[in-house]
Write a protein that binds this ligand. Structure first.
Ligand SMILES: C[S@@+](CC[C@H](N)C(=O)[O-])C[C@H]1O[C@@H](n2cnc3c(N)ncnc32)[C@H](O)[C@@H]1O
Length: 212
């Protein structure tokens, strides 16, 4: 199954759960900033920001069905389908970008790097990137599937769920390398509850695009 088809197929029956630390975010980003949520799903984080007084909000997702649900659930939001990996935004136009539980949907290092480069293109110098995502776990259920799928998917930590999604849990060293171009403001690890109700290690990262 194409991964976009998977996200379309579950658009009406998943609730996303990775935690948004709004107070930490608000220390770096003002309410009149242009905040862009990449892989926004049905827009839960943008709605939370709207309710907190943020006024310039945009969301992009490659799943048209996810965007359709978001527009139905939160009709006041500006949510758009991403028809290509390029975001429909000018260079340096965003003050902040949010990327929550999207890297986990992208198995290959090169594709993750291309997404981060595209985000960096649209962020202004000094703009903020806030990422959260899943880290490797060391319990038997996870390590068995990491080992089983590593030869097939080419990376330790990626695996296919029975329902057809391919997802990835990340080595912290890879995350440090991937996000190394941003000046780290805040990083922490947490236990997440997954969209299927399991526990997993996770991280959050708030970084700043260098001024030049
Ligand atoms: C686990 S959900 C998280 C949604 C949202 N960020 C949240 O936390 O509520 C992952 C979302 O990323 C989207 N997605 C996955 N890969 C993507 C890509 N390469 N480009 C754009 N959206 C993508 C999926 O369609 C899905 O809506």
């Amino acid at each position: 199954m194409q991964q976009k088809d998977y996200w379309d197929s579950v658009s009406n029956n998943k609730e996303f759960t990775t935690p948004f630390q709004r107070e930490a975010f608000a220390r770096y980003v003002s309410q009149d900033a242009l905040v862009v949520d990449v892989g926004c799903g049905y827009g839960r984080t943008l709605q939370e920001l709207k309710e907190a007084g943020f006024r310039r909000l945009m969301g992009f997702d490659f799943s048209a069905a996810m965007i359709k649900r978001g527009l139905r659930q939160y009709p006041g939001l500006d949510l758009r389908v991403m028809g290509s990996p390029r975001l429909e935004l000018e260079d340096g136009s965003a003050d902040a970008v949010i990327l929550f539980a999207v890297l986990t949907c992208i198995c290959r290092n090169e594709e993750q790097q291309a997404l981060i480069a595209e985000i960096s293109r649209v962020l202004r110098p000094g703009g903020i990137l806030y990422v959260n995502d899943f880290l490797l776990n060391d319990d038997a259920r996870n390590t068995e599937r990491y080992e089983r799928f590593a030869p097939l998917l080419g990376v330790y930590g990626a695996f296919e769920l029975p329902e057809g999604a391919i997802v990835r849990h990340h080595d912290p060293a890879w995350i440090a390398e991937l996000l190394g171009g941003f000046g780290r403001q805040k990083y922490g690890t947490l236990t997440f509850t997954t969209m299927n109700g399991h526990k997993s290690n996770g991280f959050f990262f708030i970084g700043k695009k260098p001024q030049c």
